[in-house]
Write a protein that binds this ligand. Structure first.
Ligand code: PLP
Length: 318
């Protein structure tokens, strides 16, 4: 049997038994101090992460064998842990090592890599969250995108649902969380209306975000993304960084539904897909209905940076 959780970075035990990079096509997970094939990564139904959605997580991606801005994701994850008063027996460096080893063991060159912590289960099934034993897990699975190749090329078709995103006074959106019922119901609204994905609203009726992504509108060469009630996405931040470098004005501010529909260009941002164009909203084309030049330029720059050692870190595959 493998060893239980240790406070330092665990030894990647799978590597001793398997060196074939195609041995784990479904990915590799780390839990309870062991690296296991994804199919063996299971949680207890008594874990409050499952019963109460009492959990936080973060997702980083690996593209062409390199992690993209992993430090920013790990920092956001530790911020969530602190706000939820969770603790894990690993520091930032150890978490980075675990994520690395999940990817290296999986053999995948492009991967979706998640770190998460649940409140855990209480040995007595006590309702006091302080009695639960927090549980850290991580996994690397093949890369997945919000937009498929065709949608990336011609732009997504989005519907605006009137569902309201959980307000920040209820759940601080800076704590990346699994409270997705508003987003999932918005997604079904969008499907019912023949669209491919959804945007939902903030408490004031402005545009907030969608299932797993932030949104930007481009008008007269300037970018606007919603300021409040949204996850401060790392891809969103990368758009700000790239805009500053290239002299594009960008701001976080209220974005009304009419302003979004009147934009010259619209795109969404996520670790799951990067910068993805939107060319139809509620059945009507955005401007000319084709992918705009600013979206295309930012998208190209975004992917270029994935090879830049200042923005990315190489995976050392066995
Ligand atoms: N908004 C929500 C609700 C999300 O879940 C995500 C990512 O999963 C995002 C926005 C985009 O954030 P990031 O760019 O860090 O992936």
């Amino acid at each position: 049997m493998d060893q239980p959780v240790t406070p330092s970075r665990p030894r990647p035990r799978l590597v001793e038994r398997h060196t074939d990079p195609h041995a784990y096509p479904e990915g590799v997970a780390f839990l309870d101090g062991q690296f296991v094939p994804m199919s063996q990564a299971k949680v207890s139904v008594l874990d409050y992460g499952f019963l109460h959605s009492d959990a936080t997580y973060d997702t980083v991606h690996v593209w062409n064998g390199r992690f993209f801005r992993p430090d920013l994701h790990i920092e956001r994850f530790f911020g969530g842990l602190k706000l939820l008063r969770m603790s894990i027996p690993f520091d930032r460096e150890a978490v980075a090592g675990i994520l690395h080893d999940c990817v290296a063991l999986s053999g995948h060159r492009s991967a979706y890599v998640e770190m998460l912590c649940t409140r855990g289960a209480s040995p007595t099934f006590s309702r006091d969250p302080r009695d639960a034993v927090n549980r850290f897990m991580a996994f690397a699975v093949p890369f997945g995108s919000v937009a498929n190749a065709e949608q990336m090329e011609r732009g997504l078709h989005v519907a605006i649902s009137n569902r309201v995103r959980i307000p920040p006074a209820s759940v601080d959106p800076a704590i990346k969380n699994y409270h997705w019922l508003d987003l999932v119901r918005g997604l079904y609204d969008a499907y019912d209306r023949g669209a491919e994905t959804a945007l939902i609203l903030d408490f004031d009726g402005n545009v907030a975000e969608g299932p797993g992504f932030n949104v930007f509108a481009v008008k007269d060469g300037a970018l606007t993304t919603p300021a409040v009630g949204v996850l401060p996405g790392i891809t969103r931040r990368t758009v700000f960084d790239l805009s500053a470098e290239t002299g594009l004005p960008a701001r976080a501010a209220a974005l009304s539904v009419p302003a979004l529909k009147a934009a010259d260009e619209v795109f969404i941002t996520s670790t799951a897909g990067g910068i993805m164009p939107v060319t139809r909203i509620d059945g009507a084309p955005v401007a000319g209905g084709t992918v705009g030049p600013i979206t295309a330029r930012l998208k190209a720059l975004y992917w270029e940076r994935h090879d830049d050692p200042a923005w990315s870190t190489a995976v050392r595959y066995p």
